[in-house]
Design a protein. Structure first.
Length: 157
Protein backbone atom coordinates (compact mmCIF):
# COMPACT_ATOMS: atom_id res chain seq x y z
CA UNK A 1 0.00 0.00 0.00
CA UNK A 2 2.72 2.50 0.99
CA UNK A 3 4.67 1.81 -2.23
CA UNK A 4 1.60 2.64 -4.33
CA UNK A 5 0.94 5.79 -2.32
CA UNK A 6 4.57 6.89 -2.57
CA UNK A 7 4.48 6.33 -6.33
CA UNK A 8 1.37 8.52 -6.60
CA UNK A 9 3.14 11.28 -4.65
CA UNK A 10 6.24 11.11 -6.82
CA UNK A 11 4.51 10.57 -10.16
CA UNK A 12 3.87 14.27 -10.96
CA UNK A 13 7.54 15.10 -10.40
CA UNK A 14 8.65 12.05 -12.36
CA UNK A 15 6.29 12.85 -15.23
CA UNK A 16 7.52 16.45 -15.36
CA UNK A 17 11.13 15.28 -15.29
CA UNK A 18 10.46 12.83 -18.13
CA UNK A 19 8.70 15.52 -20.15
CA UNK A 20 11.56 17.95 -19.68
CA UNK A 21 14.16 15.30 -20.44
CA UNK A 22 12.33 14.47 -23.68
CA UNK A 23 12.27 18.07 -24.89
CA UNK A 24 14.23 18.52 -28.10
CA UNK A 25 17.85 19.44 -27.53
CA UNK A 26 18.58 23.02 -28.49
CA UNK A 27 21.58 25.21 -28.08
CA UNK A 28 21.50 26.88 -24.70
CA UNK A 29 20.90 30.60 -24.84
CA UNK A 30 21.55 30.72 -21.12
CA UNK A 31 25.15 31.53 -20.20
CA UNK A 32 26.68 28.89 -17.95
CA UNK A 33 23.93 26.35 -18.66
CA UNK A 34 25.00 23.60 -21.03
CA UNK A 35 21.85 21.54 -20.48
CA UNK A 36 18.77 23.67 -19.65
CA UNK A 37 16.57 20.59 -19.24
CA UNK A 38 18.89 19.17 -16.59
CA UNK A 39 19.05 22.54 -14.78
CA UNK A 40 15.26 22.73 -14.82
CA UNK A 41 15.02 19.22 -13.36
CA UNK A 42 17.63 20.12 -10.72
CA UNK A 43 15.52 23.16 -9.81
CA UNK A 44 12.42 20.96 -9.60
CA UNK A 45 14.12 18.41 -7.36
CA UNK A 46 16.22 20.70 -5.14
CA UNK A 47 14.54 24.14 -5.07
CA UNK A 48 10.92 24.00 -6.19
CA UNK A 49 9.70 22.34 -3.00
CA UNK A 50 10.21 25.62 -1.16
CA UNK A 51 10.35 28.31 -3.86
CA UNK A 52 7.50 26.85 -5.95
CA UNK A 53 7.41 25.97 -9.64
CA UNK A 54 7.24 29.64 -10.64
CA UNK A 55 9.73 30.99 -8.09
CA UNK A 56 6.99 32.75 -6.12
CA UNK A 57 8.19 31.60 -2.67
CA UNK A 58 5.64 31.54 0.15
CA UNK A 59 2.88 34.06 0.75
CA UNK A 60 4.21 34.86 4.20
CA UNK A 61 7.66 35.63 2.78
CA UNK A 62 9.46 33.02 4.87
CA UNK A 63 10.71 31.49 1.63
CA UNK A 64 11.75 34.43 -0.57
CA UNK A 65 10.34 35.01 -3.99
CA UNK A 66 12.82 34.51 -6.83
CA UNK A 67 10.64 35.96 -9.55
CA UNK A 68 11.69 39.53 -10.42
CA UNK A 69 14.03 39.62 -7.37
CA UNK A 70 16.85 37.12 -7.72
CA UNK A 71 19.16 38.98 -10.12
CA UNK A 72 18.97 42.14 -8.02
CA UNK A 73 21.33 40.44 -5.56
CA UNK A 74 23.96 40.37 -8.32
CA UNK A 75 24.00 44.18 -8.38
CA UNK A 76 25.34 44.72 -4.86
CA UNK A 77 28.60 43.72 -3.14
CA UNK A 78 28.23 40.32 -1.48
CA UNK A 79 25.03 39.43 -3.31
CA UNK A 80 26.64 37.02 -5.74
CA UNK A 81 28.21 35.09 -2.88
CA UNK A 82 24.97 35.18 -0.90
CA UNK A 83 23.04 33.29 -3.60
CA UNK A 84 25.49 30.41 -3.29
CA UNK A 85 25.81 30.57 0.51
CA UNK A 86 22.12 30.46 1.44
CA UNK A 87 21.40 27.06 3.01
CA UNK A 88 19.27 25.81 0.12
CA UNK A 89 22.14 26.33 -2.32
CA UNK A 90 25.08 25.59 -0.06
CA UNK A 91 23.55 22.34 1.20
CA UNK A 92 21.99 21.14 -2.06
CA UNK A 93 22.96 17.59 -2.95
CA UNK A 94 24.46 18.78 -6.23
CA UNK A 95 28.07 18.94 -7.34
CA UNK A 96 29.43 22.46 -7.83
CA UNK A 97 29.12 22.40 -11.63
CA UNK A 98 25.42 21.51 -11.52
CA UNK A 99 24.70 24.03 -8.75
CA UNK A 100 26.41 26.70 -10.86
CA UNK A 101 24.25 25.71 -13.84
CA UNK A 102 21.01 25.73 -11.85
CA UNK A 103 21.85 29.14 -10.32
CA UNK A 104 22.56 30.54 -13.80
CA UNK A 105 19.32 28.99 -15.07
CA UNK A 106 17.33 30.43 -12.13
CA UNK A 107 18.73 33.95 -12.51
CA UNK A 108 17.92 34.05 -16.22
CA UNK A 109 14.59 32.20 -15.94
CA UNK A 110 13.05 33.98 -12.98
CA UNK A 111 14.56 37.47 -13.25
CA UNK A 112 16.04 38.12 -16.68
CA UNK A 113 14.92 41.77 -16.62
CA UNK A 114 17.19 42.57 -13.65
CA UNK A 115 20.33 40.73 -14.79
CA UNK A 116 23.21 43.23 -14.76
CA UNK A 117 24.76 44.02 -18.15
CA UNK A 118 28.13 42.77 -16.88
CA UNK A 119 26.73 39.44 -15.60
CA UNK A 120 29.14 36.55 -15.83
CA UNK A 121 27.84 33.05 -15.30
CA UNK A 122 28.65 31.23 -12.08
CA UNK A 123 31.41 28.66 -12.52
CA UNK A 124 31.95 25.40 -10.66
CA UNK A 125 35.14 26.76 -9.07
CA UNK A 126 33.39 29.90 -7.87
CA UNK A 127 30.49 27.92 -6.41
CA UNK A 128 32.87 25.55 -4.61
CA UNK A 129 34.75 28.53 -3.14
CA UNK A 130 31.60 30.33 -1.93
CA UNK A 131 30.09 27.10 -0.55
CA UNK A 132 33.13 26.64 1.67
CA UNK A 133 32.21 29.80 3.62
CA UNK A 134 28.78 29.28 5.22
CA UNK A 135 26.65 32.17 6.40
CA UNK A 136 26.26 32.51 10.16
CA UNK A 137 23.12 34.67 10.03
CA UNK A 138 21.25 34.34 6.73
CA UNK A 139 18.41 36.70 7.69
CA UNK A 140 20.79 39.46 8.76
CA UNK A 141 22.89 39.23 5.59
CA UNK A 142 19.77 39.13 3.41
CA UNK A 143 18.33 42.21 5.15
CA UNK A 144 21.60 44.12 4.66
CA UNK A 145 21.73 43.18 0.97
CA UNK A 146 18.10 44.22 0.46
CA UNK A 147 18.86 47.61 2.04
CA UNK A 148 21.74 48.06 -0.44
CA UNK A 149 19.50 47.00 -3.34
CA UNK A 150 16.80 49.45 -2.29
CA UNK A 151 19.35 52.25 -1.83
CA UNK A 152 20.79 51.67 -5.29
CA UNK A 153 17.30 51.66 -6.81
CA UNK A 154 16.45 54.94 -5.08
CA UNK A 155 19.69 56.54 -6.26
CA UNK A 156 19.12 55.54 -9.88
CA UNK A 157 15.69 57.16 -10.22
Amino acid sequence: MWHAFRFLLLSPVLMAAIAVANEPATASATPGVSDPARSRIDYMLHCQGCHGPDGSGTRDGVVPKLEDQLAKFLTVPGGREFLVQVPGSANAALPADRLAAVLNWMVLTFDSSNVPADFSAYSADEVAKFRSTPLSDVSKVRAELIKMIEASNTGSR
